[in-house]
Design a protein around this ligand. Structure first.
Ligand code: ATP
Ligand code: ZN
Length: 283
């Protein structure tokens, strides 16, 4: 069988989370800052450390079988790759932002304005869809300082918290696209079996992240109302306790509404609630 190759970002915002995900998939490899390629000792896989901008093309051209990269980069490079799995990290949005002193109401009002960006392809498509004719100024970085320097009226850039916009006297005006890191591959890869094995490992890690394992004690008379509050993969496990009339309930709770559910369980009579992280969920 051929060795599979996965391309991830060498350094930057996606590097740490990509490495963590692969390690959580049980893959054992060295992660030296200096290396461009690293072998995995317990899976037929090599990890290529690259600039994120190059990852979609490497996957499209078959140099790597898989890649982890932001959707924004995939759309900007316009390559033919398949989305295998959204990964839930690297979340950000590509937004048009304008100086605080501008009072624009509608996207149409961008007509005739200049917009600096490192995402000319995505921005161009967006403006066309909106029927706006603006002047796109493609620059290679530090987009947020261009209105201050008089290089453009507005900018189109990635935003997560909005702190950078604020400190440059800019405010968000409209959303162009939202993005997160995704696992990409190539249709018809010759390593399909290994690709599937890796996707399944990734999915089991992601499922586990979204949930917590919970054990709680409850008096039998309150058991029905506790069970009614629990989703569980199937139904919860109920185990008798040494103390007469009491049981322990074992279940899995989604992270999303975790605190609401815990307080409902307490109100319904749950005691001694123990919460544990889950490493993997294999269905
Ligand atoms: P490289 O050296 O690999 O080219 P880069 O400077 O282009 O790195 P980073 O700033 O590390 O890229 O961002 C990588 C990805 O992280 C982005 O393409 C985007 O998908 C995601 N991301 C998440 N939040 C943000 C943010 N606030 N600003 C920029 N990118 C973000
Ligand atoms: Zn980049």
């Amino acid at each position: 069988m051929k060795t599979l190759k996965i391309a991830i970002q060498k350094s930057g915002r996606l590097n740490e989370k990509s490495v963590e995900l692969l390690k959580n998939c049980g893959l054992s490899f060295d992660n030296y800052k200096s290396s461009l390629i690293s072998g995995v000792s317990n899976f037929p896989l090599e990890i290529l450390f690259l600039r994120d901008d190059d990852i979609p093309e490497y996957v499209q051209d078959g140099i790597a079988d898989l890649g982890i990269v932001g959707e924004n980069v995939i759309q900007e490079t316009e390559v033919a790759v398949s989305y295998l799995q959204r990964l839930g990290f690297g979340k950000c949005s590509l937004k048009i932002a304008i100086p605080n002193s501008y009072h624009l109401q509608h996207v149409n009002e961008l007509s005739g304005k200049s917009i600096a960006t490192t995402y000319p392809v995505i921005l161009g498509k967006f403006l066309k869809e909106q029927g706006v004719e603006a002047d796109i100024r493609t620059i290679s970085g530090s987009v947020e300082i261009s209105p201050g320097l008089g290089l453009s009226d507005a900018i189109c850039d990635l935003v997560s918290t909005g702190g950078t916009l604020k400190s440059n006297g800019l405010k968000p005006f409209c959303d162009v696209m939202s993005s997160e890191a995704v696992l990409i591959g190539r249709p018809g890869s010759e390593n399909e079996e290994l690709v599937q094995e890796l996707i399944q490992r990734v999915q089991s890690v992601l499922r586990a992240k979204e949930t917590k394992y919970v054990v709680l004690n409850v008096h039998k008379e309150n058991l029905k109302s506790i069970i009614a509050l629990l989703p569980g993969v199937k139904s919860p496990s109920v185990v008798s306790l040494a103390e007469e009339g009491w049981v322990a309930v074992h279940t899995v709770i989604p992270e999303s509404d975790f605190w609401d559910r815990i307080s409902q369980l307490k109100q319904a009579g749950a005691q001694g609630i123990v919460v544990m992280p889950i490493e993997k969920i294999i269905l």
